[in-house]
Design a protein around this ligand. Structure first.
Ligand code: ADP
Ligand code: MG
Length: 244
């Protein structure tokens, strides 16, 4: 469903160095790695928001180029850490921005909103609020609803729970996992938390300085770290509770 092949991107320095990844339909891959290793850049390239210097992206078997970029982008819901909701619009207006633009049937849109409200566990009354009057967790539920409005087969999520406090985060992790499974979406989710990566992902791709250094299940990564870096990364994420 998602294929990125030999992606290279250079700004001042090389940010992505010949990165390839493929995600079959219905699978969730967690992308993890130190800050600055190129995770967000890779997601933006897959989303078609920035161009790669070289390499190809294929979405649902179709190679992305400038002519079909908008069409392919509609197959992907995108959620970023800070939600990315427009602050001057209510949550509901944020949800209907695209559907209005596409002139979708208002009754169908209303039904979609009702369905997503229950799916994402959000109180419908909150949809009349502007983002500043929502908690971080509520805003992320609205961002997820917005990403799902057009029922895209793919979700790209860039540290969606990164700024959420631990209790709410735990709740959202559970909800996200059941949503991914229930909707059978193909998901690429960036996180900096290995536990979260393991909980949400069918497999984990670990990046270091613009390269994917290991792909596999959490078990494979812990049991057979591909390099000293992987071993250090795993050890650095060991829960402080394990030391008690
Ligand atoms: P991550 O999401 O893994 O933290 P990013 O993909 O955001 O990393 O960034 C990777 C590297 O590319 C960083 O060193 C960052 O400073 C650099 N970078 C990202 N976007 C730009 C840009 N528009 N211009 C210049 N450098 C950038
Ligand atoms: Mg990032």
């Amino acid at each position: 469903m998602i294929s990125a092949q030999n992606i290279t991107k250079t700004y001042d320095q090389r940010v992505l160095d010949n990165v390839s990844m493929a995600i079959p339909a219905g699978q969730t891959v967690s992308l993890i790695g130190p800050s600055g290793c190129g995770k967000s850049t890779l997601l933006r390239i897959i989303m078609g928001l920035i161009p790669a210097d070289s390499g190809t992206v294929e979405i649902a078997g179709e190679k992305m180029h400038s002519d079909n970029m908008l069409k392919l982008r509609r197959k992907m819901g995108y959620v970023i850490q800070t939600g990315g909701l427009f602050p001057h619009l209510t949550a509901r207006e944020n949800l209907t921005l695209v559907t209005n633009f596409l002139k979708l049937d208002p009754d169908a849109v209303e039904q979609r909103i009702e369905k997503l409200t229950s799916l994402t566990n959000i109180d419908p009354a909150l949809l009349e609020r502007k983002p500043e009057k929502l908690s971080g967790g509520q805003a992320q539920r609205v961002s997820l609803m917005r990403a799902l409005m057009l029922d895209p087969p793919i979700l790209l999520m860039d540290e969606p729970l990164g700024s959420i406090d631990p209790l709410v985060r735990h709740e959202l992790q559970n909800d996200l996992r059941s949503i991914f499974r229930e909707l059978k979406k193909t998901v690429l989710i960036v996180t900096h938390d290995l536990g979260e990566a393991a909980f949400l992902g069918d497999s984990i791709s670990l990046m270091q300085s613009g390269r994917i250094v290991q792909e596999g299940t959490i078990r494979e990564i812990i049991d057979n770290p591909a390099s000293e870096f992987v071993e250090q990364f795993v050890n650095a994420q060991r829960s402080p509770l394990e030391d008690l």
